[in-house]
Design a protein around this ligand. Structure first.
Ligand code: HEM
Length: 179
């Protein structure tokens, strides 16, 4: 793969991951019970949320792979999970690693949910809430200066608006009876 294609793949998958993670947060904030309807039962909404998270992981794997394989910047494999392991923009790249660590923790504890004490699962799930702002900060700090920061900032604003609106809706709309 050419260097330009890798760079493009890295940027595109980073942006898609951010959008997918925003969708996961929005679905989580709204709550399965509030979103569910006769057409979209609770299990379907729950499954959708899990599937979108898994899709985000796939895009993130390509994003990290492109960042590590690309030669424009020197990012070691370890930087995917270890904060400050990258000499290039250690804090900004490190925030990406923290977001990925939190996502893995949420998915693993989610998969083991029935075998873990509810308290442990809940604590890990709430810790996962930090994932999104951390990923957003990573994206904004690494927005490519050469090719324009504006698209990333616009996307970040849209993501922020989506989360803010979902929080407002959750506060305004009472819980429905189970569907
Ligand atoms: C939840 C996790 C992550 C999300 C949502 C995410 C998203 C993004 C976004 C949106 C950008 C800006 C792309 C642009 O300029 O258009 C970016 C840049 C970048 N990310 Fe991530 N990222 C994540 C995790 C990681 C991890 C774990 C690494 C470590 C290898 C990483 C390495 C990078 C690098 C090196 C750049 C700059 C790419 C370049 O300019 O060539 N990211 N990321």
């Amino acid at each position: 793969m050419s260097e330009e294609a890798l760079w493009f793949a890295g940027r595109a998958t980073g942006l898609v991951s951010l959008v997918l993670l925003t969708a996961v947060v929005v679905l989580g904030v709204l709550g399965v019970r509030r979103v569910a309807s006769a057409r979209w039962p609770r299990f379907a909404v729950g499954d959708l949320r899990r599937d979108v998270s898994l899709l985000a992981v796939v895009f993130l794997l390509v994003h990290v792979g492109a960042a590590v394989a690309g030669e424009r910047v020197d990012v070691p494999v370890a930087a995917a999970l270890l904060p400050l392991a990258s000499e290039h923009r250690p804090v900004a790249v490190g925030l990406g690693a923290v977001a990925l660590d939190l996502l893995v923790a949420v998915l693993v504890t989610g998969a083991l949910r029935t075998r873990l004490p509810h308290r442990v699962w809940r604590a890990a799930h709430w810790a996962g809430c930090a994932l999104w702002p951390v990923a957003l900060a990573h994206a904004l700090l690494l927005a490519d200066v050469d090719s324009g920061v504006l698209p990333v900032v616009l996307l970040a604003v849209l993501c922020l608006a989506a989360v803010a609106l979902s929080v407002a809706w959750r506060v305004a709309v009472p819980k429905k009876a189970a569907v």
